[in-house]
Each structure stands twice: as C-alpha cells, then as structure tokens.
Design a protein around this ligand. Structure first.
Ligand code: CA
Length: 339
C-alpha cells in the first residue's frame, strides 16, 4: 500500500500522454513510454488512448487489456472510442482499450517484455519495468482524474467465467454501495460481490484505496470472445456511463442475478497434473459433496481419476479452460445465488 507522502517522493512518470485531457472534443492519441531496446535504440511503446470531454462533469476511466489475452474489454472500448458522439457526453471519458499493450499485442496474460502481470503490479514504479511503469502512470496520472473506473477482465486463455460484473466488499460501506450500484448499471447477466484470493498489487485495490467507484468484470474466457459476451461488454460501458451521468439517457434496466463468493470454499485447485473432465458446466447448480470435475492421470492407464467435489452449495461460476491441468491450477469457482 502507498500513501500520499510516498507518492510525492517519486520522480515523474517517464510516460507522456500525447492526447488532450482538458479541451472539449473527442481526442485520439497515445500514451508514449520510452522503451530502448535492440531493435529500436530510442524507441517507445505507443498505447492507444481516447478522451472525450464535453463541459464540466464527472470523469470515467475505462480500461481493457489489463491482461493481454482477454478480449471483451478491448472490443467494447475500441468500438466506444470510435462511435462516441460528443453531444451525448457531459463530463469526460478516458478510454484505454488495451492497457498492458505489449501483452495485448502478444495475446498473453503478462507482458512478453518483462513477464509483468499488470494486475499484480500496482501501484507501480516509475523506474520499474515497462509493466510497472504503466501501473505507476495509471496510479499517479490517470486515476486522480477519475471519479468512476471500469476495468474489463475475462478469463483469458486458462479460465472461463459466467459473464458478470463485480465489485469488492469494502470497509467504507458508502463507497461499496456506490460500486455495487454501478455494477447493477453495467447490467451483466450475473453480478458478483467479490472476494479476491490475491488482492495485493491489483488495479482494483489501488483505485478503491483512492476512494474511486470501481467496477470490474469477468465476461467469458478461453482466450477469445463470443458474440454474446462482446454485446454484454458494449452495453455494459453504456450502462455505467449513463448511470454516472456522463452519457445522456437512462441506463437500460437489465435483469441480473447476484452471486456471492463467500470464502475459500468457493475455490477448487487441482492437486495433480492430469486431463480434466468437467462433471458440471458453467451456471449449473451443485450441492456440497457433489463431484464437479475429475482429473485423469495421464502418465499410465488403469489409475482411478482424482475427483473434486463441491465444498459448498452453489453454482459453477468459473472453470479451468484448457483440457490439461497442472497441480495448483484453479479448476473451479463456485458462487452462491442471492435469493
Ligand atoms: Ca483478468
């Protein structure tokens, strides 16, 4: 965690925003990060950014590609940046469709340059590796401008999720209520009150600590998008922006099912390397003790599969995507439907 004093002592970010934040209009530009390397001595990385500003009003920061192999966010945000009409905006919308741009271009969760996982690199370091520099720029240059933040995620190449928007259980209940109201405005088929298993270093945690209204998503996975999840992502941005009063019009009210993730019992991790056989599918209801997946040993025949059972009643909210698992992989996440 960081404090204001720690921030003041840091040098300025080496990243430069080549886009207008304060002038009315729709501006397309780049965040330029110097990146000296073998094939480009004085080269840089250009991260696309769009800013739409019209008069006074709140600021929304919309980000995709925090992980490079999650596609609903980039689809929704490249589309929004292209299609926004300025007369529909009051306030400001900052759009970064592919935040960890090197990871996005490589189609990988982490950056191919430094193996940095952007969502474990916050609040970042101005003198760190490229991934840490992106986190630092977001923390010290973008987040202070924002009132509300929507950071898109999906399952990536190794997980697949029920499509949901989510916010975290927070100590500040007023802030928490504002976050859950924005989740509802996103209007995904499912909405989640999220418990993180690994909250340190996340964009979410940094934004929440700064008092921002923060919404995240998990909209599918498997390293691709579907027609259905792309539409959910596009509608969700409009819903959040209308809810915040930054886009004209009332959010369309869409039914959503609230899911809780009440504790460690939600998560199942593989204990062996093997071939995963799903025994239930996403959205299926399960009861405590029910087999939900088994892992077949693959180094010999004639061996019983290792069976994983539900540690609680719930619905299957996420599953491992590739057919082979390694010991320690997350193979299932259960949620509890609120009644
Ligand atoms: Ca993710």
């Amino acid at each position: 965690m960081f404090g204001p004093a720690a921030i003041e002592n840091l040098p300025p970010s080496p990243m430069v925003a080549k886009v207008e934040f304060d002038r009315d209009g729709i501006h397309h530009g780049f965040l330029r990060m110097p990146y000296s390397r073998d094939d480009s001595a004085w080269g840089s990385i250009l991260i696309p950014i769009a800013v739409a500003k019209n008069g006074d009003g709140p600021t929304a920061l919309l980000t995709g590609g925090n992980h490079g192999d999650e596609y609903e966010g980039p689809i929704a945000l490249f589309d929004l940046a292209r299609s926004l009409k300025l007369d529909q905006v009051s306030g400001r919308i900052i759009i970064v469709p592919a935040l960890n741009y090197p990871a996005f271009r490589a189609g990988t969760r982490t950056s191919p340059i430094d193996k940095g996982n952007l969502n474990r690199s916050f609040p970042g370091r101005p003198f760190g590796n490229p991934t840490e520099k992106i986190a630092d720029f977001v923390t010290r240059d973008l987040l202070p401008m924002a009132d509300i933040v929507l950071d898109y995620h999906s399952g990536g190449r190794t997980l697949d999720f029920l499509p949901f928007a989510a916010a975290h259980i927070l100590d500040d209940k007023r802030q928490e209520a504002a976050c859950f109201a924005a989740v509802e405005a996103f209007g995904a088929p499912y909405s989640v009150k999220m418990l993180e298993i690994d909250a340190v270093g996340m964009f979410d945690t940094t934004a929440e600590t700064m008092g921002k209204v923060f919404v995240t998503t998990e909209l599918g996975g498997g390293g691709t998008a579907s027609a259905r999840t792309a539409q959910i992502a596009k509608r969700g941005a409009l819903g959040v922006l209308r809810h915040a009063g930054i886009l004209k019009g009332a959010p369309e009210k869409r039914p959503t099912k609230w899911l809780d993730m009440p504790g460690d019992d939600c998560f199942t991790f593989s204990e062996i390397d093997g071939l995963i056989e799903p025994l239930v599918d996403l959205g299926d209801a399960v009861v405590k003790g029910q087999p939900i997946a088994c892992a077949h040993p693959i180094d010999r025949t004639g061996v019983e599969p290792f069976t994983y059972t539900a540690k609680m009643d719930g619905v299957l909210a996420a599953r491992h995507f590739p057919g082979l698992v390694k010991a320690g992989d997350c193979i299932a996440v259960l949620g509890v439907l609120e009644t």
